[in-house]
Design a protein around this ligand. Structure first.
Ligand code: NAP
Length: 327
């Protein structure tokens, strides 16, 4: 049985990757996390780069899916050194180990390696990040290329999926904002400037599983790949879908077409062309309007597990969701 190691296994994407890799019993799955380690997921601080080879020697994976990262652009802007240690130096150390031991590596990268002015982007389109986070993800890509490891890079756009708390994803955080405004009667401005392609983590995880299987069963799968949802949406347009689900008056949502004025610079439209993976027979897409009710129901039902976000379950909207479900 082959062994796959998932870094960032406690994260928004890492959790579904774990599920997808475990779903058929031909992979022995191990994972790493940092603050949320436990339940079979080893605690490793990947920022302590020197410890990475010894840790990997312990598990000797045949494949590594490297998902751990600092992925909050505003945090990266404030802490470029910490971001570099995790997103670049740790990636380089993992790639060097993979090259030395002949392990296959899949690195999760981001649409933020582009500047958002020339969409759609092909895997070989020129890169041009405009914030510290995007620069770090691109530097991670370069570290893998320079290591000579047998590796595939998968770039993905804004992700959403099952969350432990609403603010865990920059998609479901919009629901949190709407819940906070509930009862105030005030208008709620929602960004209507950047076009995003919200992509379900479960779908990305299935694609990663397909990539693993392709590599080990059909032949080497190396180079750069894109996977993206296919529905262009601004945050305002996503909010309209949420409003319907949680019974929030859509007339209170105000489209705001001005570019974000604070924090890290954001690209306007980084649509990733996914046709290369599709041409290899890979892919899965769940419509946004189908996935969202399941995710909101999951937040309502989930036990409180996480302290990073607010414990909003007690103030959630069970009556409304239940009403919408039954109608
Ligand atoms: P996430 O939810 O923030 O999870 C990050 C993971 O990295 C967690 O498992 C976290 O562990 C781990 N981690 C953080 N610091 C660590 C450290 N010092 N040592 C070891 N592990 C550490 O991120 P995600 O959304 O799953 O992102 C997964 C990948 O997708 C990343 O490479 C990201 O750049 C990329 N991506 C994400 C998005 C998005 O919208 N989320 C969009 C494009 C690309 P603990 O939580 O246990 O500390």
């Amino acid at each position: 049985m082959r062994r796959v190691l998932i870094t960032g296994a406690s994260g928004l994407l890492g959790r579904p990757i774990w599920t997808a890799c475990s779903s058929v019993g031909d992979w022995q799955v191990t994972g790493t996390a940092f603050r949320r380690a436990g339940q079979g997921v080893a605690k490793v601080d990947l920022s302590a780069v020197d410890t990475i080879p010894a840790f990997l020697d312990l598990y000797r994976p045949d494949a590594i899916i490297h998902s751990a990262a600092e992925r909050r652009p505003d945090v990266s802007e404030k802490d470029p050194e910490g971001t570099k240690r995790l997103n670049v130096d740790a990636t380089a150390a993992i790639a060097t180990w993979a090259k030395r031991k002949g392990a296959y590596l899949i690195y999760i990268s981001s649409d933020y390696v582009f500047d958002g002015t020339q969409a759609p982007y092909m895997p070989d389109s020129p890169t041009c990040p405009i914030n510290t986070y995007g620069l770090s993800k691109l530097a991670g890509e370069h570290a893998i290329r320079d290591s000579g490891a047998m590796a595939a890079l998968l770039r993905v756009p804004i992700l959403y999926g099952a969350v432990q708390y609403l603010a865990e994803s920059s998609v479901t955080v919009l629901v949190q904002n709407m819940l906070n405004a509930r009862g105030t009667g005030q208008l709620l401005p929602m960004e209507h400037w950047a076009t995003r392609y919200p992509t379900l983590t479960d779908d990305v995880a299935v694609v990663l599983r397909q990539m693993l299987d392709y590599h080990f069963m059909k032949g080497p799968l190396t180079g750069i790949y894109h996977w993206s949802g296919s529905e262009p949406m601004t945050k305002y347009e996503m909010s309209l879908v949420f409003a319907k689900e949680i019974g929030f008056d859509p007339a209170r949502l105000v489209p705001d077409a001005t570019p974000p004025g604070s924090g890290a610079s954001r690209p306007k439209d980084c649509h990733l062309d996914s046709s290369l993976l599709e041409s290899l027979g890979m892919g899965q897409r769940t419509p946004f309007a189908v996935a969202i009710p399941r995710i909101l129901e999951g937040v309502k039902m989930a036990p409180l597990r996480c302290t990073r976000g607010r414990a909003e379950h007690d103030t959630f909207y069970p009556e409304k969701v239940a009403k919408n479900r039954s109608s």
